[in-house]
Design a protein around this ligand. Structure first.
Ligand code: GLC
Length: 746
């Protein structure tokens, strides 16, 4: 009997070795798949659910802190991911807990909102998009990744790519504006910047495209509000930037708070499975936004949290941010058979794949090097780029002649300058929303920069009021400074909390009593330049009518003051172009460049056309608009032919001349108009742009090629294709001022 027993035991052992051995050393399997599969096999259901759980570190004066429950959850393997935790010392302590004190030692993900910089803050994304410089934007993301990775972070909740046509929504500051073509290119540039060539590069971060989907289209511009758009609008516009991020290889995606056409994003299998997984082939990890699974109950989509968790897993969510829904209910759902273990394994595999790709299983401490942290943070490499990005993000809205000359660049003979307004000697507001671990002490204010640049000029300053509230008691002192000056520079706009998340505004005038201040200063008759610092387009119609020079600088980050001083003094020639239209008033919203003609297109001389009684349909400043200190002229628009087939390409060229007196950069923009389609088509669509530097007097031929692929859209029956017919091509300096020609697509 004994012999038979041992033979059977030997057989069992051999079989066990062969199967176990295969799973760990199977040459046929991809090493990552083999590793992750073997790890999955060892995990309990609780440990698997822990990998689907993400908790935030808290915050106190000394920096991030983790509440004791979360630490216990890490130690118990119930929480595999932390966000809002950074610095090497802090994250090293947490990583040691996970790696050295838990049963399986699975490393933590450390996520953070590195939206436009970590310690060195670059211009807010809406500002940087106005550079139309994809290499610059890519470099900003790459440097932000390098600095944040040196700070112990390995995952950023960026880029935000939500298309936005409504500046009442505060989060327009985080995106790339109203156009899906430009927004898609910027999305890809940012993903590639953050992620670099390999996620295992200790200077790269896993990116997270957000907020999927169409979070930028809330009713009334109210944050978190209902999104109800047609499938065609969703497909032709809002989904494009997310798709571009997926095609660029983004590692993760975040679901949005809003519902889309009745189904909350975190429970929406149409967008998360049909589109994201099946149509786009996304293989990465899906994390929800903050407690958005819990909110499915308030949406009226889930009866209770347990059902919300089941709906989220069924729709394709892999990780629950801060909601504890998976942690508290998913085991029960599996025990009841509501969720299959295979569904859990699918989600956990994607989380573990990400950790594997980041190299965390090779070396969980690869992002945690204190020497590197000291070398990289706020280095010259970072601040030099922050300055360049700030220069390129500034948009010159107006620079009319005042009396006998233009006010910008500031005349060298100016002897007395008054800077007036709440943002003239400010630091934190210039960092803008979502400024992560931005070092406020490194921000140089406009006042400080101008004083440093103009040592022989008398520069006085009056805050005059704040960016909110109604206290005008300091106006007299400010007006007195204006009287005593040769030139007034108004530094006005929004503070960093008046835009960004949960910062929608129903009235887009200058907040507080800044408009009243501006009018009183103008009443002195002194020459006034406005430096407008905000996180969104504001309604500045009065300003545009009464102020000869307006510099729209947004919130430019660490190097704001220096960048603005360089432009005010002509050391830099502004080249930014708006990526969102500026409405004349809030009532005009939504106003965007690629609206449709309607059957009664706007005609100021015909009452019965699509328009308002009180304002024209056109925005105050259109998409693509931005002036320079020089002048550019467009001539000789040429098409290689006036008829192309589906397989042909059309060459479009134009001659651009710098007819002014200084060198300058211009963004040459190419738009098309499809005159007739199986569904109505927008009046214009951006299909190309080129930014180039021309010396004074220099001319260049700028050319583009157009193919039928670029003319595709979702036509009748939602078929994505180009349709034969007549087209117009527009080339010019913005979406309104351009020259046109026609061609036929056969
Ligand atoms: C916030 C934001 C999201 C951010 C997340 C983590 O609520 O909606 O953009 O990434 O929570 O901070």
């Amino acid at each position: 009997m004994k012999k038979e027993f041992f033979i059977i035991l030997l057989y069992i052992l051999c079989f066990a070795f062969l199967t176990e051995g295969c799973s760990t050393i199977d040459r046929g399997k991809d090493p990552k798949e083999a590793f992750v599969s073997s790890l999955l096999k060892k995990m309990t259901l609780e440990e698997k659910i822990g990998q689907m759980t993400l908790f935030t570190s808290g915050w106190d004066v000394t920096g991030p802190v983790l509440n004791e429950n979360y630490k216990q959850d890490i130690l118990a393997g119930n929480c595999g991911n932390i966000f809002n935790a950074h610095t090497v010392s802090y994250n090293l302590a947490l990583q040691k807990m996970a790696v050295e004190e838990t049963r399986l030692g699975i490393p933590l993900l450390f996520g953070y909102d590195v939206i436009h910089g970590y310690k060195t803050i670059f211009p807010i994304p809406l500002a940087e998009a106005c550079s139309w410089d994809l290499d610059l934007i890519n470099k900003s993301a790459a440097l932000a990744a390098k600095e944040a990775a040196a700070g112990g972070v390995n995952w950023t909740f960026a880029p935000m790519v939500d298309l936005t046509r409504d500046p009442r929504w505060g989060r327009v500051s985080e995106g790339a504006g109203e156009d899906s073509y430009l927004g898609s290119l910027i999305a890809a540039a940012r993903v590639k910047g953050f992620q670099g060539d390999s996620l295992s590069d200790p200077f790269s971060l896993a990116a997270c495209v957000k907020h999927f989907a169409a979070y930028g289209a809330p009713e009334g511009g109210r944050d978190y509000a209902t999104v109800d758009v047609s499938e065609r609008t969703l497909s032709d516009y809002y989904l494009k930037p997310y798709q571009s991020a997926v095609e660029a290889g983004v590692a993760t995606l975040m679901t949005s708070f809003n519902e889309i056409n009745g189904v909350p994003a975190s429970g929406n299998s149409y967008i998360l499975k049909d589109i994201l997984r099946n149509e786009w082939g996304f293989k990465g990890m899906v994390v929800t936004d903050y407690t958005s699974i819990n909110e499915m109950v308030l949406h009226g989509y889930s009866t209770n949290l347990k059902e919300a968790g089941e709906q989220a897993v069924a729709a394709g969510v892999d990780m629950d941010m801060q909601g504890s829904v998976f942690l508290n209910h998913l085991k029960e759902s599996v025990d009841e058979g509501k969720i299959a273990l295979s569904q859990i394994d699918e989600a956990v595999r994607r989380v573990l794949n990400l950790k594997y790709d980041l190299g965390l299983f090779d070396n969980p401490y690869r992002y945690l090097d204190e020497n590197r942290e000291k070398e990289v943070g706020l280095s010259a490499e970072m601040t030099d780029h922050a300055l360049e990005a700030a220069h390129k993000s500034i948009v010159l809205l107006k620079n009319d002649v005042w009396k006998d000359s233009k006010l910008l660049p500031i005349d060298q003979k100016t002897r007395k300058i008054a800077i007036i307004g709440p943002l003239g000697d400010n630091q934190i507001d210039l960092l803008g929303s979502w400024h992560a671990a931005g070092d406020v002490t490194k921000v140089v204010s406009l006042l400080e920069s101008l004083k440093k640049s103009l040592p022989n000029v008398q520069i006085s300053y009056s805050e005059a009021c704040t960016t909110s509230g109604n206290d005008g008691s300091k106006f007299p002192a400010a007006i007195k400074l204006a009287w005593e000056s040769d030139l007034v520079i108004m530094a006005i706009g929004e503070n960093y909390q008046q835009n960004g998340e949960a910062a929608s505004r129903s009235d887009l005038n200058l907040p507080g009593v800044q408009q009243e201040l501006l009018e009183k200063v103008v009443a002195t008759g002194k020459p006034v330049v406005v430096v407008l610092m905000a996180g969104r387009p504001l309604t500045i119609t009065w300003m545009a009518e009464h102020i000869p020079a307006i510099l729209n600088t947004w919130h430019l980050g660490t190097c704001t003051g220096e960048a603005i001083a360089d432009v005010l003094l002509g050391r830099e020639n502004p080249s930014g172009k708006l990526v969102m239209s500026f409405p004349r008033n809030t009532g005009q919203i939504p106003v965007y460049y690629n609206m449709k003609n309607t059957g009664r297109p706007f005609d100021p001389d015909n009452k019965y056309t699509s328009k308002y009684l009180d304002v024209p349909n056109t925005p105050l400043f259109p998409f693509g608009y931005g002036l320079s200190y020089t002048e550019f002229n467009y001539t000789n628009l040429r098409l290689s032919t006036n008829e192309i087939g589906m397989k042909d390409s059309l060459r479009v060229s134009v001659e651009l001349s710098n007819t002014g007196s200084v060198a300058g950069e211009e963004v040459v923009q190419l738009y098309i108009q499809d005159l007739v389609g199986s569904v109505t088509r927008p009046s214009k669509e951006l299909k190309g742009f080129k930014k180039l530097l021309l010396q004074a007097g220099e001319s260049k031929v700028v050319s583009f090629s157009l193919t039928s692929d670029q003319l595709r859209f979702y036509g009748a029956n939602m078929k994505f294709a180009a349709e034969p017919g007549e087209f117009k091509v527009y080339v010019g300096t913005n979406s309104v001022d351009n020259i046109a020609a026609g061609f036929t697509l056969k």
